[in-house]
Design a protein around this ligand. Structure first.
Ligand code: HEC
Length: 125
């Protein structure tokens, strides 16, 4: 009986945790994340490069492909086509995905914020 109660408690606590990880990404919240984390170096507008290249149309774009932006050799040679999966890894830790990148950003470790941000990046086209 005691064991059963403990098992029930475990299932209940797991059930409580599930909706968190399965929550849908929120592009509006992602825009706010962009403003605080990326906007100092990146513009979402087409053709507007800042310290970093424009992120307009980033989904489906090849790494290092913005004409006239001075990328690192590492970024150019990385041969990545940016999609949600690789962006998730890159934005967690840019230097692990592109060693030698000149993007001096340590990474966004919060899974939910990263998912929101990527959902918003997907709207930039
Ligand atoms: C301190 C400035 C800075 C910040 C903050 C920053 N970036 Fe960057 N980002 C750069 C630079 C510089 C590059 C070019 C990297 C290279 O050539 O190695 C870059 C490259 C990129 C690329 C590759 C683009 C391409 O055309 O290949 C992506 C994607 C990107 N950044 C997304 C982001 C996102 C999303 C954020 C916010 C979470 C962010 N960056 C924060 C400076 C920054």
């Amino acid at each position: 009986m005691r064991r059963l109660r403990r098992a029930t408690a475990l299932i209940l606590s797991l059930g409580g945790a599930l909706p968190m990880s399965a929550r849908a990404a929120d592009p509006d919240a992602g825009q706010a994340v962009f403003k605080t984390q990326c906007g100092i170096c990146h513009s979402p507008s087409q053709g507007k490069n800042m310290v970093g290249p424009s992120l307009f149309g980033i989904i489906g774009r090849k790494s290092g492909s913005i004409e006239g932006f001075h990328y690192s050799a590492a970024n150019k040679a990385s041969d990545i086509t940016w999609n949600a999966d690789i962006l998730d890894k890159y934005l967690t830790s840019p230097r692990e995905v592109v060693p030698g990148t000149i993007m001096t950003y340590a990474g966004l470790k919060d899974d939910a914020k990263r998912a929101d941000l990527i959902a918003w990046l997907e709207t930039l086209h």
